[in-house]
Design a protein around this ligand. Structure first.
Ligand SMILES: NC(=O)c1ccc[n+]([C@@H]2O[C@H](COP(=O)([O-])OP(=O)(O)OC[C@H]3O[C@@H](n4cnc5c(N)ncnc54)[C@H](OP(=O)(O)O)[C@@H]3O)[C@@H](O)[C@H]2O)c1
Length: 255
């Protein structure tokens, strides 16, 4: 049956940045589809919250704090996850940050922090988890990019460069790791209602300007990414790799 191909029972998923926002919503969706979860971010309080909500769904969950800009921290988190959950089949590289400033005001440290958090982190997580998937005979990787990986916007130079890099990391790794039965795809959200976007979307004037640019005239809600991440993580998307799927209310379709 077609819906059986979306089932994730017996699989273990690692979602970075899963203490809140899109990462938490995707972790919960993967758990609803049957996966056990390795939950990670820097804030222990937030990841414990996600761990509790996943356990309430009847799945195993282990929360391990980790800074994805730090290789030693990633390696330790993966080791603890493997010890507790035994395997990793799905990696969702979601942790990210956005510093919105024009280039002339952007400090060198802010440029590096953005690239380290949004792009180098994915390189490091793939290096840590790839060998595990290869040993297991395959896996799926889902990277979070953005509509700003494909388009420019004033004040977004570091963020847009990092997300453009995520697109090329996705395509390149999809080719490199296809022989190992590891599929690599990316999700490119438009405007979603999470902490970094609330100040824009909750402001009557800024919110109206932002929504006017979106053909569907509204922002996305975090749980609207759930079905897509389950699809990309599951055998339902078994012939799909190297693809970038935008979920943006039609924004990128516009000139
Ligand atoms: N919301 C949108 O409209 C939108 C649009 C396009 C793309 N995205 C992308 O979607 C992803 C999630 O965004 P979001 O809106 O859900 O943001 P968010 O609510 O700020 O969540 C970001 C998550 O990443 C974690 N994180 C940040 N820096 C980290 C680090 N150095 N090490 C480990 N974890 C770290 C945060 O936890 P800690 O701070 O506790 O570490 C948090 O759990 C990001 O990659 C973002 O660029 C979002």
């Amino acid at each position: 049956m077609v819906l059986d191909r979306l089932r994730l029972e017996g699989k273990v998923a690692l979602v970075t940045g899963s203490g809140r926002g899109l990462g938490r919503a995707m972790a919960e969706a993967l758990a609803e589809a049957g996966a056990d979860l390795l939950v990670t971010a820097r804030s222990e309080r937030e990841i414990k919250g996600t761990e509790a909500s996943i356990r309430a769904l009847g799945r195993k969950a282990v929360a391990v704090p980790c800074d994805v800009t730090d290789k030693a921290s990633i390696d330790k988190m993966v080791d603890v996850g493997l010890r507790e959950l035994g395997r990793i089949d799905i990696l969702v590289n979601n942790a990210g940050t956005a510093i919105i400033k024009p280039l002339l005001e952007l400090k060198e440290e802010e440029w590096h922090r953005t690239l380290d958090t949004n792009l180098t982190s994915m390189f490091l997580c793939c290096k840590a988890v790839g060998p595990v998937m290869i040993r297991q005979g395959g896996g799926t990787i889902i990277n979070m990019t953005s509509v700003l990986g494909a388009r420019g916007r004033t004040g977004s130079v570091a963020y847009a460069c990092s997300k453009g890099g995520v697109i090329q990391l996705t395509r390149t790794l999809a080719i490199e790791w296809a022989p190992y039965n590891i599929r690599v795809n990316a999700i490119g959200p438009g405007a979603f209602y999470t902490r970094p976007m609330k100040f824009v979307l909750d402001d009557p004037k800024l919110g109206e300007i932002r929504r006017k640019k979106i053909p569907l005239k509204r922002e996305g809600q975090p749980d609207e990414l759930g079905p897509l991440v389950v699809y990309l993580a599951s055998p339902a998307s078994g012939y799909m790799t190297g693809q970038i799927i935008y979920v943006d209310g039609g924004e990128l379709a516009k000139l």
